[in-house]
Design a protein around this ligand. Structure first.
Ligand code: TYM
Length: 331
């Protein structure tokens, strides 16, 4: 609890153009907490440099991610919206928590294994200790709830382990957070390879639908989505491509799987793919319109990220001083 409110924290890396996976699995769920909770939504630029970035692009995407937060309904007056590197307490706490995290547990992280396989020439220490920085993000604000997609579950478990370990030594310093993973949309799959997660860093353009893709591009990508050789729109084991499209359609329209199956009975995959594309494009339209207004106003984005960072720093300092005192630093 901070200011008598439960705390919610989440973050998105500005390391690619955000996809409908990021939207459905995470960002669109964020604003539901704004009224009742104290919310921190961070653009986690320090996480992004664990994989090599082009500096100008990273900077541009940092602005874009903040603008997308707002375009997706996050009011900067009701949420702390800020950039991770603007609050140095994240890096400070991360160092301390590194000393309470075991080599063996980091080596078991599936994201580390995946990312090191994809970046064989740059398996840096930051990539390895990435989950510790994530634990610092969360624990710094005494967070109770962390809305994320299913792929972040293992990192959340590690955050909880680190918090427990620290608390066992020093008393109740950290709140132990819970993941908030809704039933739907938490694992949107690639349109090109529906057994793998849709990822913003995928180099295959047809694999991902970006939040900012124009309508014709969205429809084209769905038309090309890989499906099986059947034609019946039915959610079934082994039909990963069609199952993914049904999930996406359901998320954007609010219809249940059986309603969707009935709607497309006897109509084939072709019709269905166009309907998914249209539902997706229509749902994203207001977000895109708001985004294009915001992105032109750099001064507004800068003042938003600054006040977000000032306010986040205020709360972060409280936890950090407590942690420093507990471990025996002279403060
Ligand atoms: P990132 O930037 O990869 O993704 C941001 C959010 O989007 C979700 N997500 C998905 N959900 C459903 N289907 C998909 N295909 C899909 N792809 C991504 C992710 O689960 C995430 O919620 N490590 C985090 C960023 C982070 C963070 C944190 C999150 C850093 N510190 C503290 C929560 C709390 C990440 O890489 O997210």
């Amino acid at each position: 609890m901070l200011d008598n409110k439960k705390v919610v924290f989440s973050g998105v890396q500005p390391s690619g153009n955000l996809t409908i996976g990021n939207y459905l699995g995470a960002i669109r769920n964020f604003s539901a907490f704004s009224e009742e909770h104290l919310c921190f939504y961070c653009v986690v630029d320090m996480h992004s440099i664990t994989v090599r970035q082009t500096p100008a692009e990273l900077r541009r995407r940092t602005y874009e991610t903040l603008a997308l937060y707002i375009a997706c309904g996050l009011d900067p007056m009701k949420n702390n919206l800020y950039v991770q590197s603007h609050v140095p307490a994240h890096a400070e706490l991360s160092w301390i928590l590194n000393c309470y995290t075991m080599f063996g547990e980091l080596a078991r992280m599936t994201q580390f294994k995946d990312k090191s396989a994809k970046n064989e020439t740059n398996i840096n220490a930051g990539l390895f200790t990435y989950p510790v920085l994530m634990a610092a993000d969360i624990l710094l604000y005494q967070t109770e709830l962390v809305p994320v997609g299913a792929d972040q579950k293992q990192h959340l478990e590690m955050t909880r382990d680190i918090a427990h370990r620290f608390n066992n030594i020093y008393g109740d310093v950290f709140v132990v957070p819970e993941p908030y993973i809704p039933a739907e949309g938490t694992r949107i799959m690639s349109l090109a390879e529906p057994t793998t997660k849709m990822s913003k860093s995928d180099e295959n353009e047809n694999a991902t639908v970006r939040i900012l893709d124009p309508k014709d591009v969205i429809i084209r990508k769905f038309k090309r989505a890989v499906t099986d050789s059947g034609s019946e729109v039915r959610f079934a084991e082994g039909k990963d491509g069609i199952n993914n499209l049904i999930t996406i359609y359901s998320c954007f329209t609010g219809k249940t799987v059986s309603e969707i199956e009935r709607e497309f009975e006897g109509r084939g995959y072709g019709d269905f793919k166009i309907a998914v594309g249209e539902a997706c494009a229509d749902a994203l339209k207001p977000v895109q319109e708001k985004f294009s207004e915001l992105i032109r106003d750099k001064a507004y984005l800068e003042s938003t990220m600054k006040s977000g960072a000032d306010s986040a720093s205020y709360y972060a300092r409280k936890t950090l001083s407590k942690v420093k005192r507990k471990v025996g630093f002279v403060i």
